[in-house]
Design a protein around this ligand. Structure first.
Ligand SMILES: [Zn+2]
Length: 834
């Protein structure tokens, strides 16, 4: 069911008009935060945080206690009442020890009364302050982020990596992650997106480390005790969740854009790959600035890669943080990247203009996703962008909340909750808007929005107004439907040709529950090889489109721009889709045709599509064609003989000549299913590819034909392997190897990221099951237990318990009572872990 649209006018307007009345009648001269809060007591409704006081400037002096994982902070916080005079102030400060809280008067600290419940400070100021009358507090505190209870792994704000230096081969680092409201774990602030403040952070760190924060490095001072104090100044206002710090042994590689510093902070061992990973950034800044007609708004742009990052990446103003970067060899398997451009686009959408509340987070995240889309289109072409659109649409449709969540949601428990669909659905909604308005009007509207709300906050209606002003069109219908309503159209499309009347009818039904969507779409009608475009509005649950044509169309392509956020069942015939593959222009045209061809792979027309798709200009569709060959009848061995005979020489050719390494690897993986010794030489040649994926696929192919040979060849790659190559080595070692291979397998598993650990856990636990040395068995069991406990909150535990259960059975069969007991104990400890 499509829920009733809750708000076309946000209740905050009611609140403002009440305040207006109060002013007129002069009943009150000041209001406390509590008064404002109680003005709208609807349960569960997340109103925009009232601005009783505004942050003006935040000055921090911090140093780190690596041993205790504490931050010792001194803060000078300047604020003023927003509109109403007030003598109270509430600050967010999570899990801190507050040592001094005073107001600065004539150079002296005058202590203030306050109460503190470990989450917020309620402060009684020394007097009633008038609107815009600045005052400065001094707060001395200890932040203890790791000791905060009841918070998710990514909700501690400040993180220490290997602070004692006990983990071999791991650097010592400190870094932060503020969004949504976690920076108040390391400095007292009003931790809401509708606050903006300038900033100055002085970090005192061991002299050997490099620091990074927002803005410019204003000074560096060496101290007598071997430490150094770096002062970073951010002279333009931004929101507290965008504050950042990173401290570690980083090498700085400098670049520039129009005279502004662009820099990359990496661990020294990754420094040679800085430009490979980040080198496109100046081009991307240029592209975004030109597209938006708004220059990059900040004084510099830095990107830092840190260890063990708990978010994907974070768009801190002028200083984005990422997880691990890739080596050049890993990058050989990496295509159509847009993650860095996501964070970069946030520098405009999020950092420069910020969502007023988390309910409006779509104003940040949907734009960042959209930024990825237009970057892909610009850099790699429309097919790559359309593949990104399609993946995102699928992610959205597969979500449990796809039919119930609005893009703008006012009801939530955790401020992270409204983020959900704003990426996958929201990015596509913006793309529909661009398509409807046309690029020129759409970007003029974005320019207007950015110019109007620069260094301020916005709500979704303000985006609508900017786009309406630019285009002259009313967009209420669009925003009500897509931002304040849930779900999406589910379309059933049928066709009927009337030969006598020379009329083509198209019946489009919207089968979703609730009201029908209003959908402007393009329909392309192809007759005798000529395409005619029709612009049409769908408005009801059942629309009939009628086209008069000279003869039966070869194809009617509904939603010809492949633009709709919708689920579609399109009853085209195979012949029409074959025509579509070869004549319609877009990635999705070909993708849809391939879907039906896969299901009809025994017929010549479908085979024509699949064979052609092995040479499709877009690598994503070549991969799809290869997967289709392997999956259609379980695997290629059972494939229709005609198709297989046509495909095999092409696959062999692809393994050598395809420009995309992932396509090569897929072709090798598909051929290797045949276990045909005739391919052994081919696989041996491809083993030395610079691509880990190709090399790994080749090793896997050899293992399938000759496991003993695979085992012996794997050894030469022990010192340089990642991704699919690591997996191939681990799987052959786990299956064919024994105690001699265990140290390698253990080390690779131990060092791997959690996703890769999960990927090879079955092989890893299989090996533990048949090892001989008891210490190795116990070491493996301990490792699985640790991973399960560390990621229990992320749902990893049940999977690891399954692995341990199978180890227990295997050890029991080998009469290894100690190994079996250790597995049972590990399971118990995982279950008991918090
Ligand atoms: Zn984002």
């Amino acid at each position: 069911m499509k829920p009733i649209k809750r708000y076309t006018i946000k209740p905050i307007c009611i609140l403002l008009s009440v305040c207006y009345l109060i002013l007129l009648t002069g009943l009150f001269s000041r209001v406390s935060a509590q008064d404002l809060k109680s003005a709208f007591p609807v349960k569960g409704y997340r109103e925009t945080a009232a601005k009783v006081n505004d942050l003006v400037h935040t000055k921090l002096n911090v140093r780190f206690d690596y041993k205790k994982r504490y931050l010792y902070g001194r803060e000078w916080l300047t604020l003023h009442p927003h509109f109403y005079p007030t003598d109270t102030l509430r600050l967010d400060a999570k899990g801190m020890d507050i040592h001094t809280l005073a107001i600065l008067k004539n150079g002296k600290n005058i202590p203030l009364h306050f109460s503190y419940d470990s989450l917020s400070l309620n402060i009684k100021l020394d007097k009633v302050y008038d609107p815009f009358e600045n005052y400065t507090l001094y707060i001395a505190y200890t932040a203890k982020p790791e000791e905060l209870k009841g918070r998710r792994n990514n909700e501690h704000g400040l993180y220490f990596v290997n602070p004692d230096g006990t983990e071999k081969d791991k650097p010592t680092q400190v870094w932060t992650l503020g969004e949504p409201e976690n920076n108040s774990c390391w400095f007292p602030t009003i931790d809401k997106p509708n606050q903006k403040t300038t900033q100055e952070i002085s970090m005192t760190v061991p002299g050997k480390y490099v620091t990074l924060s927002n803005g410019r490095l204003a000074s560096q001072k060496n101290n007598a005790d071997g430490t150094r104090t770096d002062t970073w100044k951010m002279e333009l206002p931004h929101s507290p969740y965008l504050f950042m710090m990173a401290v570690g042994d980083f090498k700085i590689i400098k670049d520039s854009w129009h005279g502004k510093e662009v820099s990359y902070y990496l661990e020294p061992k990754y420094a040679p790959y800085a430009k490979d990973n980040f080198g496109v950034i100046p081009e991307a800044i240029d592209f975004f600035a030109k597209t938006l007609g708004v220059d990059f708004p900040w004084n510099k742009y830095a990107e830092v890669s840190v260890r063990d990052y708990v978010g994907g990446a974070m768009e801190n103003t002028t200083a984005a943080i990422f997880g691990n970067v890739s080596t050049r060899r890993e990058l050989a398997d990496s295509y159509y990247n847009s993650g860095m451009e996501h964070e970069l686009f946030h520098q405009w959408f999020g950092d420069y203009v910020t969502c007023e509340s988390w309910s409006n987070i779509t104003l940040n995240e949907s734009f960042a996703d959209f930024g990825e889309l237009i970057w892909l289109e610009h850099k790699y072409g429309k097919d790559a962008a359309d593949a990104h659109l399609q993946n995102g649409l699928q992610n959205y449709v597969d979500r449990q909340d796809a039919r119930t969540k609005n893009l703008v949601t006012f009801y939530y428990t955790n401020p992270k909750d409204p983020f959900g669909i704003t990426y996958s659905k929201g990015g596509r909604i913006l793309n529909m808007l661009r398509n409807y308005l046309g690029d020129a009007a759409f970007y003029k509207g974005l320019h207007l929005y950015l110019a109007t709300y620069a260094f301020k906050n916005a709500e979704v209606p303000q985006l609508r107004m900017a786009l309406e002003e630019a285009s002259g069109l009313d967009l209420n219908w669009f925003f009500n439907q897509w931002y304040y309503g849930a779900g999406h159209p589910v379309l059933d499309i049928r066709y009927q040709w009337d030969e006598a009347a020379k009329t083509q009818k198209v019946f489009v039904q919207q089968t979703q529950d609730g009201t029908a969507f209003t959908l402007p779409i393009a329909v392309d009608v192809y007759v005798n090889g000529v395409k005619e475009r029709h612009k049409i509005w769908l408005r009801s649950h059942s629309d009939t489109l009628v086209f008069k044509t000279s003869s039966k169309p070869d194809l009617v392509n509904v939603d010809a721009d492949k633009m709709l956020v919708a689920e579609k069942t399109d009853h085209k015939t195979l012949a029409e889709l074959v025509y579509q593959y070869f004549h319609a222009p877009l990635y999705l045209d070909r993708y849809e045709a391939m879907n039906l061809a896969e299901k009809n792979a025994d017929g010549p027309e479908a085979q024509r599509v699949l064979i052609a798709a092995l040479k499709d200009p877009f690598s994503g569709l070549r991969r799809k064609a290869i997967w289709a060959l392997n999956q259609n009848k379980e695997d290629i061995r059972n494939m229709n003989a005609t198709l297989r005979d046509a495909a095999l020489p092409l696959l062999v050719n692809i393994t050598r000549t395809d420009p995309n390494n992932l396509v090569q690897a897929d072709a090798i993986n598909t051929l290797s299913v045949l276990k045909d010794p005739a391919y052994l030489n081919l696989f041996r040649q491809r083993l030395n590819s610079p691509s880990y994926s190709v090399s790994g696929a080749a090793l896997n192919g050899i293992i399938r034909i000759d496991p003993a040979l695979g085992l012996s060849l794997a050894k030469q790659f022990e010192n340089d392997n990642e991704g699919q190559l690591s997996q191939a080595i681990i799987s052959v070692y786990a299956d064919q190897g024994g105690d001699a291979q265990w140290p390698f397998v253990y080390q690779r598993y131990h060092e791997a990221e959690i996703q890769n650990q999960i990927h090879v856990s079955k092989a890893f636990s299989g090996m533990i099951g048949h090892l001989t040395r008891p210490e190795a068995v116990l070491q493996g069991i301990e490792e699985l237990k640790q991973v399960a406990i560390r990621y229990k909150g992320d749902g990893v535990a049940p999977f690891m318990i399954k692995m341990l259960d199978s180890i227990k059975d295997q050890r029991t069969r080998l009469n290894d009572a100690a190994g079996a007991k250790a597995s049972a104990d590990a399971i118990q400890q995982i279950n008991d872990a918090k």
